[in-house]
Design a protein around this ligand. Structure first.
Ligand code: PMP
Length: 366
């Protein structure tokens, strides 16, 4: 073969995103707790709507996700023309980086933050800059101290992935107030539906009134539609317009749009999923706390997963736990590449899955 054409240098420097592994060894039952999915699945109404939509698979979807945007707007009390839908919120996060940052610019995010942010920045040719966090939690002072005249975007996930930590609305407001107006604040609220803290806002309040705030949401988590790839953003018309210009023209499938509309209409299902998550998250945290004498700690989580830290050395490291659990079909997330080699992120599963992973951890540590 002749030599391949040369890609842009910042593209060839990118390491591909590696999602959680989905296969277990032959004969081992898989317990997938690695990608923060909804263990109960999508609402039965959403599944029915998606089945019906597949009948029109020969037709292109509505390229502007009109009905879905109207449904989101009604559900959230916001304007449909300030919403854009994406192939998952990943597409939107990427479009924002492409639209607002390029070579020579800096994109700021929180250390131990969502790994898509630096990847999105790199794809745009910009430089990702990680601000230190405090006890796995976004530190507004550290973020503001890291802003330079080259900063174009600040990505903040609240709750944060992979740590699960939440910062108060007053802290998000302080972050926004401290940013120069030319810096775009992206509030990523992928896990908003799981949050029970009073006073929490998903970013709507700031995005409603400020031209430099956009918030992103997804149907992949509590709505159980991860496979359908449906996300959305709400923000100032100018920002939404930029994302609209560079997103894929038919970026959300017909089944995805129909499923999301039906899922939004079934808030009873959402409430049930939230209650199960809260219960099983509490059970997992309680079990980890009881293993504190073995050096385990559960980082406080407002989401559908818990970051569990392990001893840095000895027989019970996170690396050893990861290998041991994986062999037995328990897939959790070990993230050494994100400075979390001493921790596992464990998604909250069903009742049975939660009890099973707790029992497995106890056996591993004994
Ligand atoms: N933001 C955060 C913080 C996430 O954890 C995820 C999913 N891992 C996403 C965005 C992207 O979700 P999706 O593309 O499935 O909508």
């Amino acid at each position: 073969m002749t030599e391949a054409p040369t890609a842009k240098p910042w593209i060839s420097a990118i390491e591909a995103y590696v999602p959680g592994r989905a296969k277990a060894a032959a004969g081992v039952k898989l317990v997938k707790l690695s990608s923060n999915e909804n263990p109960l699945g999508a609402s039965p109404l959403a599944i029915e709507a998606m089945r019906a939509a597949v009948g029109s698979a020969n037709r292109y979807p509505d390229g502007s996700s009109h009905v879905l945007r109207e449904a989101i707007a009604a559900q959230h009390g916001i304007e449909a023309d300030r919403i854009v839908c994406g192939t998952g919120s990943d597409e939107i996060l990427q479009c924002i980086a492409l639209a607002y940052a390029g070579p020579g610019d800096e994109v700021l995010y929180v250390r131990h933050g969502f790994m898509v942010y630096p990847i999105a920045a790199e794809r745009a040719g910009a430089t990702p800059v990680a601000a230190p966090d405090t006890d796995y939690t976004a530190d507004v002072d550290a973020l503001l101290a890291a802003v330079t005249e080259r900063t174009k975007i600040v990505y903040l996930a609240n709750p944060n992935n992979p740590t699960g930590t939440l910062i108060a609305q007053s802290e998000v407001e302080r972050l926004h107030a401290g940013l120069p107006p030319h810096v775009l604040l992206v509030i990523d609220s992928a896990y908003a539906e799981y949050v029970e803290e009073p006073g929490y806002d998903d970013g709507t309040a700031l995005a409603r009134v400020h031209a430099n705030v956009v918030m992103a949401r997804t149907f992949s988590k509590i709505y159980g539609l991860a496979a359908e790839r449906v996300g959305w953003a709400y923000g100032a018309p100018g920002v939404i317009d930029m994302v609209d210009r560079i997103r894929g023209p038919f970026n959300v499938t017909s089944a995805g749009q129909a499923g999301a509309v039906a899922a939004l209409a079934d808030q009873d299902w959402v409430a049930k999923c939230r209650a199960e998550n809260t219960r099983n998250r509490a059970a997992l945290v309680e079990a980890i706390e009881a293993l504190g004498n073995k050096g385990l700690r559960a980082v406080p989580s407002a989401a559908n997963f818990v970051l569990v830290t392990f001893p840095e050395s000895g027989p019970c490291t996170a690396e050893a736990a990861n290998a041991w659990l994986t062999e037995r079909g328990f897939l959790t997330r070990w993230l050494p590449g994100q400075g979390l080699g001493h921790a596992l992120r464990i998604s909250i599963g069903s009742d049975d899955e939660t009890q099973a992973v707790i029992a497995a951890l106890r056996t591993f540590l004994s």
